[in-house]
Design a protein around this ligand. Structure first.
Ligand SMILES: [Zn+2]
Ligand SMILES: [Zn+2]
Length: 342
C-alpha cells in the first residue's frame, strides 16, 4: 500500500510502498477513505512531541470501511464505516484507567504517534477504540470530527461542566454564558457550532489582522470576532485556547470573569509567560485537556448530527500530505485540512 511515512522529525514525510498491515486479535483493518490533518501531526513532524515510534505513519482522524476483521472482533462487521481516533490503546489497570480517566493512562498508545495512523491506504486499530460514523456525514466531513471535533467537545465540557446536564442553559432568564475561542481553526469551527446550539454566545479570537478567519467565525455564529491581541467587549465566562501560543494564557485570563476557566486544548504550547497573581485571583482556573475518552467520542457522534455540525474542509491527495502540513503551519487552511485517499 501507499503511505506517507515520518522517518525522522524535521524531515518531510516520505511516500512509501509498504506491506498492507494484518489485523491482530481484536483489531479491525480499514481501507482508509479520508484522514484529517491535525496540528498534532505538525508537532510530531516538527519534533515537539517526545518519543514517537519511528518510522511512523501519522494521522489520527481516520475514516474508512472495514475490509478485514482480526480474531475475536464482534463489535463491527466487514463493510462497516468507522472512525479511528487518536487514542488507540490503554492498559485498563493503572490509577487513571481504573478511575474513569483512560485519557491519562500512563502507557496509552496513540494512532499516528506511537501506533501507525491513517496517512495510508490501510490502517489497523483495536476495535474497542473505534467509533461508528453518523449517517449523513461524507467521509471527508467526518474525519475532522475524530480529533478536532472530539478535543474541542471535551474542552467545551471542561469549560462548562454543566453543559451536558443543562443543554438549554441560557435560554431562560439567566443570561447566555459566553465562551471565547482563541485560534479559529479546525477545532474552533466545530466547537463554535456546538456552543451556539447549546445556547452559548461565542466570541472568536483570530490571528491579528486575519480578516478571513474573523469572517469565517462570524459566519458560524460568533457574535464577535477580533484579534487575539484585543480585549473582548464583554467579560467571558470561559475561554478555550486552540492556538499553540503560551502568551494567550494570560490574555485569556484577563478576559474571563471571576470563577471562569481557561482551557488549553493543544498537546503542545510555547512557554507561558509569567503573569501577576491578580489575573488568576477570583477563583479563575487554568487547565489543559489531554487526549480523549471513548465517551467523548460517543457524545460527539450523538450531538454532531443534531446541531447539525457542518464541517468546512480543504482537501489534498494522500501524496500531498507535506503540502497540507505546510498550509496548516502557515495558517492557510480555512476549517480543516483532510487527505483524500484513493
Ligand atoms: Zn492505564
Ligand atoms: Zn489531533
Amino acid at each position: 500500500m501507499l503511505a506517507m511515512v515520518l522517518d525522522k522529525p524535521g524531515q518531510p514525510l516520505r511516500l512509501a510502498d509498504i506491506e498492507v498491515p494484518e489485523p491482530g486479535p481484536g483489531q479491525i483493518r480499514v481501507r482508509v477513505c479520508a484522514c484529517g490533518v491535525c496540528r498534532t501531526d505538525l508537532h510530531l513532524v516538527d519534533g515537539e512531541l517526545p518519543n514517537p515510534r519511528l518510522p511512523v505513519i501519522p494521522g489520527h482522524e481516520i475514516v474508512g470501511a472495514i475490509d478485514k476483521l482480526g480474531e475475536g472482533v464482534t463489535r463491527f462487521a466487514v463493510g462497516e464505516r468507522v472512525g479511528i481516533p487518536w487514542l488507540g490503546w490503554t492498559c485498563g489497570e493503572c490509577r487513571y484507567c481504573t478511575s474513569g480517566r483512560e485519557n491519562l493512562c500512563d502507557t496509552a498508545k496513540f494512532h499516528g504517534y506511537t501506533l501507525d495512523g491513517g496517512y495510508a491506504q490501510y490502517a489497523v486499530a483495536d476495535q474497542r477504540y473505534c467509533f461508528p460514523i453518523p449517517e449523513g456525514y461524507a467521509d471527508i466531513q467526518a474525519a475532522p470530527l475524530l480529533c478536532a471535533g472530539l478535543i474541542g467537545y471535551r474542552s467545551l465540557k471542561m469549560a462548562f461542566p454543566t453543559l451536558e446536564r443543562a443543554p438549554t442553559m441560557g435560554r431562560g432568564i439567566i443570561p447566555r454564558p459566553i465562551v471565547g475561542l482563541y485560534g479559529f481553526g479546525a477545532s474552533a469551527h466545530i466547537v463554535a457550532q456546538i456552543a451556539v446550539h447549546q445556547g452559548l454566545e461565542v466570541y472568536a479570537f483570530v490571528k491579528p489582522g486575519d480578516a478571513e478567519a474573523a469572517e469565517f467565525a462570524r459566519g458560524l455564529g460568533a457574535v464577535w470576532a477580533g484579534g487575539s491581541d484585543e480585549a473582548p467587549p464583554v467579560e467571558l465566562d470561559a475561554a478555550i485556547i486552540f492556538a499553540p501560543v503560551g502568551g494567550l494564557v494570560p490574555a485569556a485570563l484577563r478576559a474571563v470573569a471571576k470563577g471562569g476557566t481557561v482551557v488549553c486544548a493543544g498537546i503542545h504550547m510555547s512557554d507561558i509567560p509569567s503573569f501577576p497573581y491578580s489575573i488568576l485571583w477570583g477563583e479563575r482556573v487554568v487547565r489543559s485537556v489531554a487526549n480523549l475518552m471513548r465517551e467523548d467520542g460517543d457524545g460527539l457522534m450523538r450531538i454532531a448530527p443534531r446541531v447539525p455540525v457542518k464541517i468546512h474542509v480543504q482537501t489534498y491527495p494522500l501524496e500531498a500530505a507535506n503540502e497540507a502540513l505546510a498550509d496548516l503551519r502557515e495558517g492557510r487552511v480555512v476549517g480543516a485540512a483532510v487527505l483524500v485517499v484513493e
